[in-house]
Design a protein around this ligand. Structure first.
Ligand code: PHE
Length: 364
């Protein structure tokens, strides 16, 4: 066996026996590095006679190639084995039960929105959504609140400095009512939707925050009247508060987009620093909390959306989600909802795995 064959046999054996990537690299340096054995052989070619070089040259280059290939092959094998070890160590058994002590909790606002979706789904309502950045026409004009209407001032609107491509003023929606417009313009009646989401008004104290949450309700069909509205609200509030002795007060009111309009208050009493819904209202010193605005959808709004108001009627309502949460779960400062205080969240938050259902309990 020539020198070269002996070197080849030795190196290939060593490479095959290398136990890890570090050993492979050490062998590479020893053979092919600057001072490596094969590098040394290549250097001897310069001092050879042409005849000798013709024999030795291909032999040495061949040696280098086979060693290079063996190093790469060994490295692949070791890498694959290392990956297998890692995959085995990091494997997650998806069939195991979830962590028994989950750290996160569901925010009361999300919980209440889930409860509302569940209650209204049972009455045949779908969930609709719209953007928080809205245009002036959908937030106001289409809802029968023209430019000069005093209701615009009441809304303390956050406007954007620039108009959109159609020259519409842009704003942060002040209520979820623009989703009524979006729904009527994109769907054929009959329509039954609720639209939960964030709304914005420049207002801030213990019961008002610049961002808060509403759920809009909209029903459009033939022959809809106030009776349907009242039944729907009563059924919803009884299911939501999980008690039958809910006292509601419907007061005549005014909204440009409903006619007639009614404001709905719910009676509550204060008990050990906690609000309890279902008191008798004023008679026993209990208080009323204004919960929602509602009414029959104004004919003009129906017409603005391209529907014939002689054929289609409906009712709409808008509820403050944060207020619903405060009343049911006994918080008294709205601002705490948005402070992100972990103590508040772990006290008032809901288990991430308990989903509200009508059969399993809405506040499960
Ligand atoms: N959009 C009204 C508000 O934010 C509430 C409302 C909705 C009233 C639908 C009537 C009908 O105050």
């Amino acid at each position: 066996m020539s020198d070269i064959e002996a070197i080849r046999a030795q190196l290939l054996g060593d490479i095959e026996a290398a136990a890890d990537a570090g050993a492979v690299e050490a062998l590479r340096v020893a053979a092919l590095g600057k001072a490596g054995s094969i590098t040394g052989l290549l250097k001897t070619l310069g001092g050879m006679s042409p005849e000798e070089r013709q024999v030795q040259g291909p032999a040495i280059h061949g040696l280098r190639e086979s060693v290079t290939a063996a190093l790469a092959a060994r490295k692949d094998v070791l890498d694959a084995a290392a990956l297998d070890v890692r995959l085995a160590a990091e494997a997650i058994d998806m069939t195991l039960p979830a962590d028994a002590a989950p750290r996160g909790s569901v925010h009361p606002v999300s919980q209440v929105m889930d409860e509302l979706a569940e209650i209204f789904a049972d009455m045949g309502f779908a969930v609709a959504t719209g953007p928080e950045i809205e245009d002036d026409w959908r937030n106001f004009t289409a809802l029968n609140i023209p430019e000069t209407h005093p209701a615009r001032a009441m809304h303390d609107t956050f406007y954007f400095p620039d108009a959109n491509a159609e020259g519409q003023k842009m704003l942060l929606r002040t209520h979820t009512s623009p989703v009524q417009i979006r729904t009527m313009m994109s769907q054929e009646p009959p329509i039954r939707i609720i639209a939960p989401g964030r709304v914005y008004r420049s207002d801030s104290d213990a019961t008002h925050t610049p961002m808060f949450h509403q759920v809009e309700g909209l029903v459009i069909d033939r022959g809809i009247h106030m009776g349907h509205l009242k039944w729907t609200l009563e059924t919803f509030l009884k299911a939501y508060f999980e008690r039958d002795d809910i006292v509601l007060r419907l007061r005549p009111s005014y909204f440009p987009f409903t006619e007639p309009s009614a404001e709905v208050d719910v009676g509550y009493k204060q008990e050990k620093g906690r609000r309890i819904v279902g008191g008798n209202g004023d008679d026993e010193g209990h208080a009323w909390m204004e919960l929602l605005g509602s009414g029959m959808v104004n004919r003009r709004v129906i017409a603005n959306c391209g529907l014939d108001p002689d054929e289609w009627q409906g009712f709409a309502f808008g509820v403050g989600v944060d207020r619903l949460a405060m009343l049911k779960y006994g918080m008294d400062d709205l601002r705490a909802f948005f402070d992100g205080d972990l103590r508040w969240l772990s006290h008032y938050g809901f288990g991430a795995l308990s989903v509200p259902t009508l059969s399993g309990g809405i506040s499960a």
